[in-house]
Every structure is written in C-alpha cells, then in structure tokens.
Design a binder for this molecule. Structure first.
Ligand code: GCB
Ligand code: CA
Length: 855
C-alpha cells in the first residue's frame, strides 16, 4: 500500500521527463552468475557451477580445507559487439585474490577477498567471449592471514556485466560507482548534503555534459533538483561537487529509518539525451561518541545494542544469495538490535542496504587480525582494501564507524620477546597509516578498533582510533564473570575520556548439553544464558559504555576450531541455520520495549530425564511484569521476573506436558506454548539403557540416537556412580564419533564405577579417549585447552564383575590418540551389582562414559 502511493507520487513527479526517457542511452546492468565452469588447481576436471560459489565446502568436514588456486571460466555470446559504448566487468567478491583474462588477454588483477572490483573490458570484448578467472585463497600478502574463521575461496558474490554510453559515471574508482554522498552537517532544522560525482568521457572528443541530482523525500516527493554543467576532455575523468541545504530534514534513525532518494543523471544538455543514471539512498542523522556519556544519536543519549555478524550458512558456505543477507538483518532487527558490527570484513551490498532500509546502525571493518606480518605488499593491500570498503559503502547512512584492526596483538610476540619491538613498530606504523587514510577518505565517521584483554593497546598508541572496542571474554576464556565489570571500571578510571564499546563478548553453547550447575566451557545451553544475563545488565546500566555487539549472531564455521562442535564456533544467539536459540529471547526481552516478549526458554531443552517427584527448572524470558505458568491446564502460580527472566521449578508427569506461559502487557494478553517431555530414569529391570556422561555435570543427548547420557555422580548404595578420582575435560576434537562431548569429559584415577542392579546378564559399554597428545588450539582460546593435566599414555587393567576384560590396555594403542574408543562386554552380574574396577599400570586410568543394558 505504502509502496503504491509512493510509486504514484514518483511517477507524477517524473511525468515531465517522460519525453526525455525516450531519448536514452542508459546503463545496462546484468548479472552473469550462471553457466560457469570451475576446477581446483589440484584437479583436471571442469565442473559446471553458478556463482555465488565457494570451493571450500570441505571446511565443513576437515580442518585443513583447500587453500590454493582455482579456476573459473565462462563463455558468452553477445547479440552484437556494442558500438559507441563502454563495457565493464564487476565482481562483487573473489576470495582472496583474482587474475582475470578475457578472450586470452589479461584484463587485470585484484587483491582482497571481501570487496568489489571493476574492469573496463571494452578493448577486449567480442561477439564470442570467454572470461577466465584464477582465484587464490592462500595468499599471505592479503588479509586475513590468521583468524578464527574460514578463509572461503571462490567467486562468492555476484558478477556483473555493465554497459554504458561513452560518457558515464566513473566505475573504475575502487569498485564504487563514482558518486559519493555525504551529510557534513545535520540538525533538526537543517542538513547539508554534498554530492561528489566523477564523470568519465571515454569518447575521442571533448564533451559538454550536465549532471542532475533529483532529491526525493522519504514520501517520494521531489524536493530539489540540482544541476551542473561541465566539460570533460576526451579520455578524462572529472569530479564535480554539489552542496545543498535540506530544511527540516526528516531524520534517519533505527526506529524510523527514513531514507531520501537521490536520482543522479548524466545528460547531453544539447540533445537532452540521458547518458547515465544512478540511484542512491541517503539519510540524515548525526551522532557522537563520548568517554563519559556514551553514544548519542540525533541529540539524544542512545545505547548501541547489537551483534557481530559472520556471513556463512551451511550448506552453501559464503555463497549466499542476496535474500539470505536481508533475512539476517530482519532477524537481527526483530531481536531488538539497533546496531551491527559487520565483522570481520566488508559484506554484501545487500546487507548494508538492508541496514539502511530496516534501520541498523553499523560498524564495518577490514580483516586485519591477530598480528601484522612482516610480508612485502601486505600493508599496501590493507590500505587498498580500506579504501575500497569506504568508497563502496560510503553512501550508506547506516554506517557510523569504520574499523581496521581486530585483536591485533593476540598472536604477536609479547613485550618480553626479542621480536616485540619490531612487531610493535610495524603494527603502530600500519595503524597510523590506515587512520590517516580513513580520515582523508571519510571525515564524517568514527574510526574504531577491537582490542582484546590487555592494556598494551593503550600503552603503545593503538588508542589513536576515535573509539576503543573491547573484546571481553571474562567468565569464558579467562577469570570470572565479575572480572568483566572490573575491567571496564578500571579502564574508565584510567582513561575517562576514551569512548568505549564492548565489541565482543560471548560464550559457546551446544544444544546437546544441559546442566543444572553450568560452568564456563561446559558448552551447556545454560552457561551461555548465565553469561549473557550477567554481562547485559552491566552494559545497559553503565552510561560510559556506548553499547555492545554480542559475539556472534550465529554459530559460524571455523574449519580449525575444535571444542564440543568441531569446525563450529558455537557462541551464536542463533544456530547456523538461523533458528533462534532460547537465549536470543533474553536479548529480545531486554531490548524490545515496543512489543511484549514472552518465551518459554526450553526449546533448546525439550526432553528431560528425571524423576516425576523432582523439580525441573523452566526458565521464561520476558519483558512482562508478571507471568503465570500453566502446565497441562493447571496453574503453577505467578512470578515476577527480574532481569527479564524467571525460573519456575516444577514437577512434571512422565511423557508429554503442555506448558503455557501467560501474562499481560497494558491489558493485552500474551502467551507462549510449548510441549516438553519428561522421560523416567532408566529402569534396568525393564531393559532400559542406563547411560552416564562420566566426568561431567552435563546431560548429553546424542543427536543421532536420541539417547540421553546422565550427568555423573558419586556412588551411593542402591544407586550408581564413581568411586574416587577427579573430573577432567578437554577442548580437543575427538575423532571417529559424532558424540564428541561425551569423550571430552572424563574421570581419571578412579578406583571403580559401580552400578547396583539386579542380577542377570548385562552388556556393559565403556567409552574413553586418550587426549594426551592434544592438537594445537586456536590462539583465541588463550590456552583454554585442557582443564588440568593430560592423561599421558596411561595403561590400565579393567575388571567387571570379577572378570578381567582388559589387560595392559590404552585407548591410544596403535596410535589412536583423540579417537573414540567404545567397547561392549557381556558380563554376568551375580551379586546385584556391576562393578568396574580399574588398576593403573602407567599414568592415570580414565573413563569418559558408561552404558549398561540388561539382556
Ligand atoms: C575474538 C575474535 C573472534 C573470535 C572470538 C572467539 O576475540 O575477535 O574472531 O571468533 O574471539 O569466539 O574466540
Ligand atoms: Ca564424559
């Protein structure tokens, strides 16, 4: 409806020009995404593909994914060779570098995997054409070289064929379209708009031209027409600037993202012929960052509430269509965000456009991460990539900050190392160079950098940026939750004028793991919830913190990551397929004040195992003042949430229960309903399987078999549990199983495991893995690999119900380190108990899981 009226007003405004439209030599733009052939340098076979395409789907299954060259090829026929026109090839992203030829002739190269580049192909184009592109994701002189994500190779954004007349806007300026719109001054009464256009005359004679900007207000009404005459010599590009004032601008904000439209045309003033045309949207807003008062938007204090966004999604990797990018912005908005950190690299135009349209302020950055290497050409490529990002996304009102370094000291040699002075100097020098470029390119936006948990950044001069981003993982990688508050309080006391934002904070979670005693690195759904429930109120309540971006919007792919879900960084608020985790509703309840939020936070834990007389926690995320929980039609009572959540401890019957939460917001009834299943504790006499996740407080439910492994406990008479020993864990990946977390926690030096059970024939299954030779972990884990000492080639005997089942045994025999060992024994229980006795011969005996079934 809105669109229709808008279209009508726009048409009527255009009516006087309709005559003109006939005399057009407009720009033609079309994608040439289909019908490509592809091969890796390591194979001979060409395979038909479409772009967007990545050649790294192997990153889903192996840590050492393919890094190297790959070739793309496409042939196409033009109905006729364009005469008196210019042809351009634009590639929206090819990672990390590309060399291009057309019909056998080299047309150019590009370094950088996250921004667009354009070549003039007029001299090479024919009726029958073949484009060949060599892509390489292994280059060490191009960012990123070290980081916690997969460096997907391929042409993974659109490829465009563009034809223009001989006079056109400059398409050869760093992948931009040669038109740069800024708003140097904005307030409620008046805004200044400046439009800089670059016009190229590719004809052999000089041309007199006219540039016309038509500015439409957000309702589609023509507000201003700005005209400029210029004369451009043959083969030259000229820049013209036009400044104008807009009275009473309708301001842009995340709450009302009002966009003005600017239609820019290039005309031949004599004939009236339109030569080129380009349309942009702009918005009027002003902002500031302050060390004491935080962020301010359009004259009001404004807390930035956001997430970081990685782009990948299984099974396509980063080869996403535009609609997937827009879908993400919709989900992020829905959660109540007003901000996004487009991390760690420039992303699709479709995403940034969606930020403008739907209303998200944005920080965008280039991927200089972990360390600045001493590699020839690296700094130059960084500068080019920064320039490209700024020029390509310059016109987007959503963007308020440009970033260029993330945790740049993470893998740098420390100050106690001889390599430190050179590395420090290199890093600071590059930062100074990029800071200067950034401000030259764009004086109207803030510069930002993301630091990690060391004050060195301030001490060596990396606080040259306007805003310090802090990536803080206290209570996850290091220390306790409260250390987060202390860190910020300390920073603020020492540098009270420094604007700050929490650019990263997050904890991992895996929906197969649940705990009533959650702790850091158990990867339980519950610990992630505990973590965010601690951080967010502090961020919200602390004026000097400008805001935050949670790490990360989604569970994203990192081929080299291990932990509970190998190759996944599972700190997402959404799963990789974009279904929400319960925890995302905490953010929604905290951040959405415009709509009632009521969510039973048990979608991630819908099947429980336990006794029907025992209490089961049911958490509710809500922004209502009071909620009532109704189970199977019977009210359990009402509770008043604090910090946007409340936990009902309830008894449940076995089987399915219907849970309904309800409440009202200003007289409007709101409810949420889900079903939850309670399974009884396994009864061995009935033939149930008793499965125990030894060494862990977490229940683990296999997503292959659906079997739940219960948390471990000490043995008590009439029950089951461990006798002596110590619980341990690792983040090392366990191979040859899909149930890795079971093996990543174990008990060592235990004397026995005992299960009191009626006599009979049983199958007893023991799970273990030798993780003593752990794999090197990503630097991001800050050494958080092993919880304590490794097991070191332990050897032991195992006796079950008096029968020796293993002698001088190690699960690592034959070199099977970090691999799942699972053995089943048929035994006779004659004494109403199954006791598994360990006798250590070397190192420490260990057990990661046990499963019992009566035959
Ligand atoms: C960080 C990095 C980010 C990682 C994240 C993590 O500090 O900036 O790239 O993914 O930590 O999860 O370890
Ligand atoms: Ca275990």
């Amino acid at each position: 409806m809105k669109i229709m009226t808008r279209l009508k007003t726009k048409l009527s405004a255009l009516l006087p020009f309709i005559g003109l439209l006939c005399a057009q030599a407009q720009r033609d733009m079309k994608t040439i995404n289909d019908g490509w052939f592809f091969r890796k340098a390591s194979t001979e076979n060409w395979q038909p593909v479409n772009v967007p395409h990545t050649y790294n789907l192997d990153a889903y299954s192996q840590r050492n994914y393919y890094m190297g060259k790959a070739f793309y090829q496409k042939s196409f026929v033009l109905p006729e060779v364009p005469q008196g026109k210019r042809c351009f090839l634009k590639i929206d992203a090819a990672s990390k570098a590309a060399d291009l030829t057309l019909n056998g002739q080299k047309i150019g190269s590009h370094a950088g995997g996250y921004s667009a580049f354009t070549f003039d192909i007029t001299p090479y184009i024919q009726k029958n054409n073949t484009i060949e592109i060599t892509v390489d994701n292994s280059r060490k002189d191009i960012t990123p070289i070290s980081a916690d994500f997969t460096f997907w190779g391929g042409i993974y954004r659109d490829v465009w064929l563009i034809t223009t007349s001989e006079q056109h806007f400059n398409l050869l300026n760093h992948g931009s379209d040669g038109i740069f719109i800024s708003t140097p001054h904005v307030d409620e009464k008046e805004a200044t708009i400046e439009i800089r256009s670059e016009i190229t005359n590719d004809a052999t004679e000089k041309a007199t031209l006219e540039v016309i900007h038509q500015i439409y207000d957000p309702q589609g009404k023509l507000q201003q027409t700005l005209k400029q005459l210029l004369s451009v010599k043959a083969g030259e590009t000229q820049t013209v600037r036009k400044t104008s004032a807009i009275e009473q601008p309708q301001l842009w904000s995340p709450e009302s993202p009002r966009l003005y439209e600017i239609v820019t045309t290039l005309r031949n003033p004599k004939t009236g012929m339109e030569l080129d045309r380009s349309t942009h949207k702009t918005g009027f807003r002003w902002f500031s960052f302050d060390g004491e008062k935080g962020f301010n938007l359009n004259g009001k204090p404004y807390k930035l509430r956001g997430v970081n966004r990685h782009q990948d999604q299984a099974p396509v990797g980063v080869a996403l269509d535009d609609e997937a990018h827009r879908r993400d912005i919709r989900l992020i908005k829905e959660m109540g965000c007003n901000f996004i950190r487009i991390a760690h690299y420039p992303q699709d135009d479709a995403l940034v456009e969606a930020c403008d349209e739907m209303g998200l302020l944005a920080w965008e950055e280039i991927p200089i991460i972990n360390i600045v290497p001493d590699t020839p050409g690296y700094d130059d490529n960084c500068e080019t990539n920064l320039t490209e990002m700024i020029r390509q996304h310059y016109n987007h009102p959503s963007i308020i900050a440009w970033g260029y370094m993330n945790e740049i000291l993470l893998t740098a040699p420390g100050p106690d190392r001889p390599e430190w002075p050179a590395c420090r100097e290199r890093t600071v020098k590059l930062a100074q160079r990029l800071e200067k470029i950034l401000k030259q390119e764009d004086p109207y936006r803030a510069s930002v950098m993301a630091f990690n948990m060391t004050n060195l950044y301030n001490e060596i001069g990396l606080d040259l940026v306007d805003v310090s981003g802090w990536n803080l993982y206290h209570g996850w990688y290091v220390g306790q939750l409260n250390d987060f508050n202390r860190w910020m309080e300390n920073q603020h006391a020492r540098y009270p004028k420094r604007p700050t934002i929490i650019s990263e904070w997050g904890a991992g979670s895996d929906r197969r793991l649940h705990s009533r005693h959650p702790k850091a690195f158990d990867f339980s759904i519950e610990y992630q919830q505990t973590y965010v429930e601690h951080y967010l109120p502090f961020i919200e309540g602390t004026e000097y913190i400008s805001g935050c971006t949670y790490w990360n919007f989604i569970d994203f792919n990192v081929a080299a990551r291990q932990e509970s879900m190998p190759r996944v960084n599972n700190k997402g608020l959404f799963y990789n397929d974009r279904t929400p985790k319960d925890v995302s509703y905490y953010f929604k309840a905290m951040w959405r004040k415009d709509t009632p939020v009521l969510h039973i936070a048990s979608r991630d834990w819908p099947v429980r195992t336990g006794d029907k007389n025992e209490k089961h926690p049911v958490k509710i995320y809500t922004n209502l003042d009071e909620v009532e929980l109704i189970i199977n039609g019977k009210s359990i009572g009402k509770q008043r949430p604090a910090n946007c959540h409340t936990v009902f401890n309830v008894t449940l019957p076995y089987g399915i229960s219907t849970l309904k939460a309800q409440g009202d917001k200003n007289g409007q009834m709101v409810e949420d309903v889900m079903v939850l299943r309670l399974n009884a504790m396994p009864d061995l006499a009935k033939g149930d399987e008793l499965a125990i996740n030894v060494g862990s407080d977490c229940t683990f439910t296999s997503d292959v078999s659906g079997l739940t492994w219960l948390p471990d406990q000490p043995y008590s008479k009439g029950s089951w549990g461990y006798i002596e020993g110590k619980a341990r864990s690792t983040t090392s990946e366990i191979e040859n199983t899909t149930d890795g977390p079971l093996y990543q926690t174990w008990r060592e030096n235990l004397r026995a495991y005992q299960i009191d059970a009626p006599s009979g024939t049983y199958e007893v299954e023991l799970l273990m893995a030798d993780v003593s030779r752990s794999r090197p972990q990503l630097a991001n884990l800050l050494g958080r690999g092993h919880d304590g000492q490794a097991i070191a080639d332990s050897r032991f005997n195992i006796t079950i119900c008096g029968r020796r089942v293993e002698t001088d045994f190690s699960p690592a025999d034959g070199g099977h380190y970090r691999q799942a060992s699972r053995r089943r024994y048929i035994i006779q229980n004659k004494e109403n108990k199954i006791d598994v006795l360990f006798e250590t011969l070397k190192g420490k005996c260990h057990l990661a899981g046990i499963k019992i079934r009566k035959l």
